[in-house]
Write a protein that binds this ligand. Sequence first.
Ligand SMILES: Nc1nc2c(c(=O)[nH]1)N[C@H]1C(S)=C(S)[C@@H](COP(=O)(O)OP(=O)(O)OC[C@H]3O[C@@H](n4cnc5c(N)ncnc54)[C@H](O)[C@@H]3O)O[C@H]1N2
Ligand code: MOO
Length: 396
Amino acid sequence: MVTVKEAKQKILENVKVLPAHIVEIGNALGHVLATDISAPLALPSFRQSSMDGYAVIHSDITETATVLKLEGESKAGQTSTQVLRSGSAMRIFTGAPVPDGATAVIMQENTSAENGSVMIQEFPVPEGKNVRNIGQQIQQGAVALEKGTFLSPGSIGFLQGMDVREANVYKKPKIGLLITGDELLHKGDSLVHGKIFESNSAMLAAALQQEGIADFEIKYAADDLESTINGLNELAESNDVVLASGGISVGDYDFVGKAVAALGAETVFYKVRQKPGKPLLFAKKDDKLFFALPGNPASSLVCYYEYVLPALRIMSGRKDPFLTTLKMPAKYAYSFNGERDEFLKGLIVNGEVIPLDGQESFALRSFAIANAIIYLPLTQNVVNAGDLVEVHLLPG
Ligand SMILES: Nc1nc2c(c(=O)[nH]1)N[C@H]1C(S)=C(S)[C@@H](COP(=O)(O)OP(=O)(O)OC[C@H]3O[C@@H](n4cnc5c(N)ncnc54)[C@H](O)[C@@H]3O)O[C@H]1N2
Ligand code: MOO
């Protein structure tokens, strides 16, 4: 048995980043850059107005109420180059090219135009006011995004604005899910006494999809050693990570531990001093990883968020693999007796976290409405309302 801290350390030590490959920008969201991207063009690539108003030469404005001759117009999308002469102002709109010679734009609220001239009710006008300069955002050839950047919607927009079409990103792991248990019913089956509708496959598939991992396959194994070995073996051949659900405890029909050993995988840890999720197993063989998640649904999902997801993120190149962690006051008191650290399903509302009712490991009802996991080490087994607790934010 290892502690939570030791188990997390072993994840960090034993999981390696996958190789990189080129993807189109449209498919790059949620990936991590494996090389720097240089700006193929400057942003902006021409001088742009940031306001609707009038382009002027700032030194022409010598007093409040300077009157300039109105000459020409520059609107967004205009491709021809225009020139502004001294003593004149040009009508201009947001995003439009600033004519050569112009050094500032006066927003139209500070002007009044009539009969072919415009009065500027602003003085003094600094050079460059309301003008976006060439390369103000990024110069051509400069590093636009560094290796290691996690590509967010903002990154995708930034790259698209420079007409970057593809990116070299770390691969995301391919996952095989092995769902074990003779008691399990599937979609379309009829309920019979002693059986349950299986939910871990849908739950884990949803969690993977939420992480942007679409490449996964699901297999089912009966509670016997041979079908568990075969299932693990087949999934390991075509995937980077195998997640088994159920059959990892000490019962006569729990075969996952024996099957992992039979495949020749090395156990990194088995059993973590935590509730729920005690019988979690992590093993590896060459570059393949095996996680055996306890069958109890809430145990399975806690282990996924606290250990599996960080491993998948490390493989994908993420430097911040664990759930975002912060301290927050507990809304209600909570205490526990026992010899294991506890992970509680929590709901953050208005800056406080509520330890939800229904913390049993077979129950998903609390997880269904949780937005956080509360981590209570053994040293904090009595929590009073208002005490600060460690909170791990669930993705989404
Ligand atoms: N004598 C002991 N018994 C148990 C111990 C122990 O230390 N000594 N540990 C308990 C703990 S803690 C957990 S957690 C469970 C883990 O058991 P397994 O991983 O072997 O899981 P199963 O026995 O196969 O199933 C447990 C539970 O979950 C239900 N289940 C299984 N698969 C699914 C699924 N795909 N979808 C929904 N529900 C599933 C299953 O029907 C059981 O109710 O062991 C304790 N026992
Ligand atoms: O570890 Mo089990 O998940 O406590 O029920």
